[in-house]
Design a protein around this ligand. Structure first.
Ligand code: NAP
Length: 382
């Protein structure tokens, strides 16, 4: 029986991870979970699963005070309390997930990672920590899960290049003129996947694909030159591996995150799951280069990723706060690009990163953007 703790159980990935656990009661058990705002979901889950530990804001602790349960209001302390046989599933959204990922790796826990921002902002630190830890870092993101399947039994040294696919997001057929006036509701209508709000906007801007290129770099130890992304509007092929011997292996399947979640949870097993997929209905399939005129953030983001260091943190924090402001209808859609470019120009770059520096810089970028866009003020120094 694998015991699993889920960070962010109330989100899109968290809920589907719970479904996978509940569909396999003889294989998996929910040990603990965390929420941020959706406290009532955690109460309901605890009633059903009798959790051992939970983490939620302190003002909501009274809901659990009568229970025999370990209560936390700090994600890292929650992770630090986990026994060594518990597997951590990180389904948080944003850089708030980084410290928990690092804590789990330092403890030698296996980490099933949906929180791609952990690798975006802390990839160098995580890669280094993994060399000194018995932890396994297993991807949940569909493209990286697909790459893992394609790479099974093969050596990474045999790989010529990998290709991950992008659906193109909500605005894949929009012109720049049309993008200038799109609304929050339009941006949240993803053509193929039902996901959390932030990743849905990131898919529309192509920032999500930048993040996935970074994830592939750190998860598989591949140089950026060997990682490509293409637009594939049907989201049937999730990833392709070109091997040096001429073989090309692709992973296909429906847009169903429960498959990569189950794949990450099951390890070497092959647990039953009925995937509804008819190849005869999946055609025709299109593959096109990413249009960098309509989606300039892709080239910009990959260039930033290749430099590594603090600019990657700047880009991520600027994106997080910009998406938040767009979702709150405080800025227009194309302001997201503008905010990221402005922050990259404004903040200095260094390659010397620690967790504390990352967290402090993340806050500095958010404050800068809030001042610029909410107060209409500009800064002179940084
Ligand atoms: N959704 C997908 O299909 C999908 C696919 C591939 C990869 N991913 C990646 O998986 C991660 C999660 O995505 P999602 O779509 O599941 O996001 P989501 O639906 O927005 O859920 C995010 C979770 O994080 C919690 N959370 C947010 N801010 C927090 C904070 N400051 N402190 C503690 N908890 C916080 C939320 O709690 P409350 O809801 O209680 O506020 C929620 O449980 C992201 O990194 C995303 O890129 C998602």
């Amino acid at each position: 029986m694998k015991r699993i703790a889920i960070l962010g159980i109330s989100g899109s990935i968290g809920v589907q991870a719970l479904e996978v656990i509940e569909a396999n009661p003889s294989e998996f058990m929910l040990y603990g979970a965390t929420v941020h705002r959706r406290v009532e979901m955690l109460e309901a889950i605890h009633k059903k699963h009798a959790l051992t530990a939970v983490c939620l804001p302190k003002e909501h602790h009274q809901s659990f005070i009568e229970e025999e349960i370990s209560l936390f209001d700090d994600l890292v302390k929650f992770v630090a309390s986990l026994p060594e046989d518990v597997t951590l599933l990180n389904a948080l959204v944003g850089s708030v997930g980084l410290a928990s990922t690092i804590q789990a790796i330092e403890m030698g826990l296996d980490v099933l990672l949906a929180n791609k921002e952990s690798l975006v902002v802390g990839g160098e630190i995580i890669a280094e920590k993994l060399t000194q830890s018995s932890s396994k870092l297993i991807p949940i993101d569909s493209e990286h899960s697909a790459l893992s399947q394609c790479l099974r039994g093969r050596s990474i040294d045999d790989v010529e290049k990998v290709v991950i696919t992008a659906s193109g997001g909500s605005f894949r057929d929009y012109s720049r003129e049309q993008l200038a006036t799109v609304t929050r509701e339009e941006a949240l209508k993803h053509p193929n996947w039902s996901m959390g709000e932030k990743i849905t906007i990131d898919s529309a801007t192509m920032m999500n694909k930048v993040f996935e290129v970074i994830e592939a770099h750190y998860l598989f130890g591949l140089p950026y030159e060997k990682i490509e992304a293409v637009c594939h509007r049907e989201s049937v092929v999730h990833a392709i591996v070109y091997f040096k011997d001429g073989n090309i292996v692709a992973h296909i399947g429906p847009s169903d995150m429960r498959i990569p979640i189950l794949s990450a949870m099951q390890g070497e097993k092959c647990l039953p799951y009925r995937s509804i997929f008819d190849i005869t209905k999946a055609q025709p399939l299109h593959f096109e280069p990413i249009d960098s005129t309509r989606f300039p953030l892709f080239d910009l983001g990959v260039a930033v990723a290749k430099r590594k260091g603090l600019h990657t943190v700047t880009m991520n924090a600027a994106n997080e706060i910009a998406v938040e402001l767009f979702l709150a209808e405080k800025i227009r859609y194309l302001d997201i690009e503008h905010i990221i470019e402005t922050c990259l120009d404004y903040f200095d770059h260094t390659n010397d990163l620690t967790l504390d520096k990352i967290l402090a810089h993340d806050q500095a970028v958010r404050s800068y953007v809030k001042k610029l866009y909410l107060d209409g003020e500009t800064h002179d120094s940084h």
